[in-house]
Design a protein around this ligand. Structure first.
Ligand code: SAM
Length: 417
């Protein structure tokens, strides 16, 4: 079915954006990027009739682009607006665009936004460089084996994950399913932990190619989901998400915002708070990140988390800690899985097991205490293993042996006395 009014609106909006882009200087690098974006999503008079879903999707993407062009032009007109200073002589529109609650409001209307810097960063603009690590591709592939999750995984990463597993000699379907138990139960248990915290805002760091942000915002109207990773990765991820959103129609979605954050850089971590409402509660999520940190990185990271959690009255950090004891349990659970996991670790080029700073759960708690943090609740991975669905039969006992005593941890700041 076609809606000609909607198509006309999309044509007019495309022309308006083109006019705004034309006004930018030729040497402005963003001009090229905005034009590329508009060529992909714009609607012209000569275009064939669009389906209603397609026209709606284009309108959403066009509104997002208009917002980005508008913000960029404002910044060019008044460079001092970078940051939060408000010029008392500025026009109402200019002031509104610098106040976080209004930026949030406009993101809420559009329901999807990309940090403008991600659209063009000359230092990261290298198509030859693959920002997705082999481990992230393998995790993505194994997680996507659970079809009941209905994941929207990018086809290319799936094929590459499969190829990497084969190259590592992990071909046996039972071993693959057993390894998948780890990642699928981790994903589901983290979802359960976030849901139980009932926060209207979620920030995920190091999200990689995980589809959680997309799924969460599709299923939770009225919420805000900020997802982030290093800029090299987020540049690609944000566009993948945008393309996925354009292919489908979601009448009521939560807000999804993509930005770049380096979790080892305090300023970068705190900067992402500009997209959130500090008066509302928040869940902060990290998944599959901490296992690769040695002692020094862990100290820097925990100190950044302390700073972040103390910015909010009510904030919970949901994460997976993996201590040496958990790894020993895992290696003893199944010889195929032990071999597979060790292969994946070797792909990271890091000495994952010897560098792990935690002996067991009690040493994790001692570290948290040192950084003024404490455990609020723990959710065992075993609570979700029965829900997983594989092509090969996998006994419940085997599933539980693989995840062992591993838990998802919910961590809060210690109350000030
Ligand atoms: C093993 S992947 C896990 C990805 C995702 N959370 C998942 O479960 O599929 C680890 C991710 O951490 C990201 N990462 C590594 N160092 C980081 C840093 N300093 N700041 C933010 N992200 C980082 C990588 O880019 C990668 O996407």
């Amino acid at each position: 079915m076609t809606d000609l009014n909607l198509q006309n609106e999309a044509i007019q909006l495309s022309e308006k954006i083109r006019g705004n882009i034309d006004g930018l200087k030729e040497e402005d690098p963003l001009k090229t990027w905005f034009n590329i974006e508009l060529d992909m999503i714009g609607v012209g008079k000569e275009d064939a009739a669009l389906s209603l879903d397609e026209a709606n999707a284009r309108m959403r993407a066009l509104n997002q682009l208009l917002h980005l062009v508008f913000k960029h032009r404002l910044r060019l007109q008044n460079p001092s607006l970078i940051g939060m200073q408000v010029d008392h002589n500025a026009s109402l529109l200019t002031v509104e665009a610098t106040v976080p609650s209004n930026v949030l409001e406009s993101a809420r209307n559009l329901r999807f936004s990309i940090e403008p810097a991600l659209l063009h960063d000359p230092t990261q603009d290298n198509e030859q460089f693959d920002p997705v690590s082999p481990t992230a591709k393998i995790v993505g592939y194994l997680r996507g084996m659970d079809r009941t999750l209905g994941l929207v995984e990018a086809g290319r990463f799936k094929a590459e994950g499969e190829e990497l597993l084969s190259k590592a000699g992990i071909d046996d379907p039972l071993t693959r399913a057993s390894m998948a138990v780890l990642f699928q139960s981790r994903y589901r248990t983290i979802n359960a932990a976030i849901a139980s915290s009932e926060t209207p805002q979620v920030v995920e760091f190091a999200s990689g190619i995980s589809p959680r942000g997309l799924q969460w915002s599709q299923m939770s109207p009225g919420t805000i989901y900020v997802e982030s990773d290093l800029p090299q990765l987020m540049i690609h991820k944000a566009k993948l998400i945008r393309n996925t959103l354009m292919e489908s129609s979601h009448e009521s979605r939560g807000v999804l915002h993509c930005c770049s954050v380096d979790v080892l850089d305090r300023q970068s971590v705190l900067d992402c708070l500009g997209s959130l409402n500090a008066d509302m509660s928040v869940s902060v999520v990290t998944e599959g990140l901490l296992l690769y940190f040695g002692e020094q990185e862990m100290r820097q990271f925990l100190s950044n988390m302390r700073a972040l959690l103390h910015e909010f009255e009510d904030a919970v950090w949901v994460t997976d800690f993996v201590a040496k004891q958990n790894l020993q349990e895992l290696f003893a659970s199944d010889p195929g899985v032990a071999r597979g996991v060790k292969q994946v670790f070797s792909m990271t080029g890091r000495s994952v097991v010897p560098s792990n700073p935690f002996e067991d759960d009690s040493s994790v708690e001692a570290w948290l205490n040192e950084f003024d943090l404490q455990v609020d609740r723990k959710f065992p991975l075993q609570s979700t293993t029965a829900m997983l669905n594989f092509d090969v039969p996998l006994a419940q006992e085997q599933r539980d042996r693989i995840v062992g005593s591993r838990c998802i941890w919910c961590i809060k700041k210690k109350p000030t006395t």
